[in-house]
Design a protein around this ligand. Structure first.
Ligand code: PIT
Length: 191
């Protein structure tokens, strides 16, 4: 079971600028008070009343955290810590400051075939790693493929947002919540 620290995140981290936001809440830059190091804090609102439309179920946050803890890989954003207060859970994640792969490509005049190959290799390495652990991301899109920083050459790909990810148990039937049938391929031969 995932352990969420019951302490106040602000006792340990200074909260900085907003990096992104969505239906779940916000991702903000945070600074660890002891080391001065920068991280990303994902602030998730937790549903307090079962019938409310606002916030996420604690169980879905627990699932996201358990999946992130299982997927430590250079091409997947790392989870450092999890804090929990009355109404929110804060995931402390590796800071990725290179922006979205989509914007990186859009800003360039040309993308060489060798560069495209390098990006594809890194994306597929990350995906192979999670698929071999029976985990499917289920929300892979340009916004969720980021670059670690703006200086590395070649840039390092980081897959983010495991909010919809699912851990499969072999032999168990998977019921899609979206109603969209999901094709589950057999990856065992490549792991
Ligand atoms: C950053 C910068 C940023 C977004 C993120 C991290 C988000 C990361 C993320 C979100 C998730 C998840 C794992 C990672 O499960 O703009 O450093 O929902």
């Amino acid at each position: 079971m995932a352990v969420f620290k019951p302490e106040n995140v602000e006792d340990f981290y200074e909260i900085g600028e907003v990096l992104g936001s969505g239906h779940f809440g916000q991702v903000r830059q945070v600074r660890e008070r002891t080391s001065g190091n920068f991280w990303a804090g994902k602030f998730l609102k937790i549903r307090k009343v079962a019938c409310s439309r606002l916030g996420l179920d604690r169980s879905s946050v627990e699932r996201e955290v358990e999946i992130l803890q299982a997927v430590q890989h250079p091409n997947i954003v790392a989870l450092k810590d999890v804090f929990e207060s009355r109404a929110e859970v804060v995931l402390i994640l590796e800071l990725v400051s290179g922006g979205e792969l989509f914007d990186f490509i859009a800003e360039k005049e040309t993308l060489l075939e060798t560069e495209a190959i390098e990006f594809m290799k890194q994306i597929l390495k990350g995906l192979k790693f999670i698929h071999c652990k029976n985990i499917a991301h289920f929300d892979l899109k340009p916004e969720n493929i980021m670059l670690s920083d703006k200086v590395s050459k070649p840039p390092n790909i980081k897959l983010i947002d495991f909010g919809l990810a699912h851990l499969f148990h072999p032999g168990e039937e998977y019921k899609s919540t979206s109603g969209t049938p999901q094709y589950i391929g057999d990856v065992s031969g490549m792991c």
